[in-house]
Ligand binder design. Structure first.
Ligand code: AHM
Ligand code: MG
Length: 334
């Protein structure tokens, strides 16, 4: 492994052009998120063997979705590590109705808030299919040495100082941006370290993959139906149908498109008239990464990161992926 840089060394490196220099607090937040991801990755990989890890928790989150046991385990793992870290004054997550303001004095002197989806792709947890964690980091706007407030959480995506995800796939990867490009790190499980495996990631400007839950196709705006027909036709820019790939775990679908090129869409449907995915901890972080890698993320008509959030669990329509493909899809929605 000697030839590979660890995430910790990469973040601390003096010639790291991918993180604001001397920003130890932000380095610590990213290292803490990586540390919690390693613990969650271990839990996921042995989940079938441990009582109390698989299956439904027996409750619902604020959005009326059944919580899985691992959703709750992962949520606690991230909250614990961020509360102990001291650079974060508060967090918001998919699993909690309200944001959490950390009460201890060290945390209240922290400059950052973190919004996250601890385990995305819940329907895939029990069936050994890739799932992920998604996170978004902002500078607080509330005064230092006091509690975090709702305005800290409801900032536009353009204000993110860093964002990323962990993909628990055939290998576990940690991918982040802090506004100077995107880097990907692979977990070496026996060493419990992430190593830089995918430096300066760029999303191809076009690809051959489209991802949508096509079970919903007749529940969508007819313009979406036209766009999907275009993807399936010989009239597209490849002259043959794109391949449909839909994992049902946003992080996994996004990561494939980041590497291979492609588009992911989750439009408004009759069942989800505002969209299904959450702006603050699913769409904004992936929008930041997509743009940093040369891709695009929109609602179909508006840039995701320009939306002024109004509530914590706000949902939006989401089109993300290769630049040319997202632009083409937007053309259908005009
Ligand atoms: P979750 O956070 O409850 O897992 O919901 C988000 C997930 C995404 O990962 C995925 O792309 C989408 O919901 C799948 O939804 P559907 O089952 O409607 O296709
Ligand atoms: Mg989710």
């Amino acid at each position: 492994m000697a030839q590979y840089t660890t995430l910790k060394n990469f973040l601390a490196s003096n010639n790291n052009r991918f993180l604001e220099q001397n920003n130890e607090d932000l380095q610590n937040v990213l290292n803490d998120l990586a540390e919690a991801s390693i613990s969650v990755s271990k839990d996921i990989s042995r989940a079938g063997l441990i009582d109390g890890f698989l299956g439904a928790q027996g409750g619902q989150n604020v959005q009326g979705e059944d919580q899985q046991k691992l959703d709750v385990i992962a949520d606690n793992a991230f909250i614990d590590v961020l509360e102990k870290g001291g650079a974060v004054c508060g967090v918001a997550s998919e699993e909690n109705e309200n944001f959490v303001s950390f009460n201890n004095p060290k945390s209240q002197s922290g400059s950052y808030v973190v919004l996250f989806d601890p385990l995305d792709g819940s329907s895939n947890i029990d069936v050994n299919v890739s799932i992920g964690t998604i996170f978004s980091i902002y500078k607080r706007i509330s005064p230092l040495n006091g509690p975090a407030c709702i305005e800290d959480m409801l900032q536009k995506g353009t204000e993110q100082v860093a964002a990323g995800y962990t993909l628990y796939g055939s290998s576990t990867m940690f991918v982040y941006t802090s506004g100077q490009g995107v880097n990907g790190f692979t977990l070496e499980p026996s060493k419990e370290e992430f190593y830089l495996s995918h430096p300066d990631m760029k999303m191809p400007v076009k690809g051959r993959y489209y991802a949508m839950n096509e079970g919903n196709i007749n529940e969508c705006n007819p313009k979406i139906i036209d766009y999907i027909k275009y993807c399936q036709s010989r009239d597209n820019d490849y002259g043959s149908p794109y391949s449909g790939r839909y994992i049902g775990s946003l992080v996994a679908d996004f990561h494939r498109n980041l590497i291979k090129g492609g588009i992911y869409i989750y439009p408004c449907t009759k069942n989800a008239p505002e969209g299904r995915l959450r702006l603050l901890y699913e769409c904004n972080p992936l929008a930041f990464i997509s743009e940093q890698a040369g891709g695009l993320s929109t609602t179909g008509t508006q840039r995701i990161m320009d939306i002024q959030p109004e509530k914590l669990h706000q949902r939006v329509a989401f089109f993300t992926g290769s630049k040319n493909m997202v632009e083409k899809a937007m053309g259908f929605l005009k």
